[in-house]
Design a protein around this ligand. Sequence first.
Ligand SMILES: C[S@@+](CC[C@H](N)C(=O)[O-])C[C@H]1O[C@@H](n2cnc3c(N)ncnc32)[C@H](O)[C@@H]1O
Length: 219
Amino acid sequence: MGLRERFSAGLAKQLGHPSGMRGRLVARGLNKGNRNVVLAAVAASEVHRDQTVADLGFGGGVGLRLLLDGVGVGGRVHGVEISETMLDGARRRFAQEVEAGRLTLSAGDLGALPLPDASLDAAITTNTVYFVEDLPRAFAEVARVVRPGGRVVVGIGDPDNMRTMTFTAHGFRLRPVEEVAGLLEAAGFGAPADRRVGEGEGAFHLLVAQRVGVPPEGH
Ligand SMILES: C[S@@+](CC[C@H](N)C(=O)[O-])C[C@H]1O[C@@H](n2cnc3c(N)ncnc32)[C@H](O)[C@@H]1O
């Protein structure tokens, strides 16, 4: 493998599971490079004051900050990550919010979420599903933890656009957008809207859907 290939493979690995010093650098890059799409995902989740919400696979944590601002001091945010490096970074960056009980950071996998049934008003997950092999299982888990009437926002790069980025050749699962939307529906969400973020055919996709079922009283 040439130098360029090795760099691409290393970057792909770090994006899927950031770790160590390189992982911390990747996290900074993610926060900067993905800020706009995460901002759009949080807006699409329509979080309100005092709600309980989650960012699943939060990476550098830009979504956690935005969700904390959205739910206010009376709300609760959960951050779930497989990467200890990302969890450590968030524990340091959000020490006050964790201490105040406003933010709970948990080691966990999209395929087995460490959250109770119907405990969330909304969940976002951006740029994560490329790393998930069993997506039906992951979406079944998201459907389990989001209450009826609650929202999910799944953010994915446009697969054709992603294919032009050399690092995605190293293990990224670039599923057609319709397939991801179909799997969300099969898991128990209403037909997702595909909102685009950015310009042109390669614009980012936000799949926005509501959990089917009768919302609990007061929602
Ligand atoms: C490319 S980063 C995206 C981070 C952030 N959501 C963003 O859009 O900037 C992917 C993140 O998902 C996490 N991740 C990958 N697979 C996961 C899984 N099965 N469950 C939970 N998190 C996962 C990785 O550790 C990494 O931090």
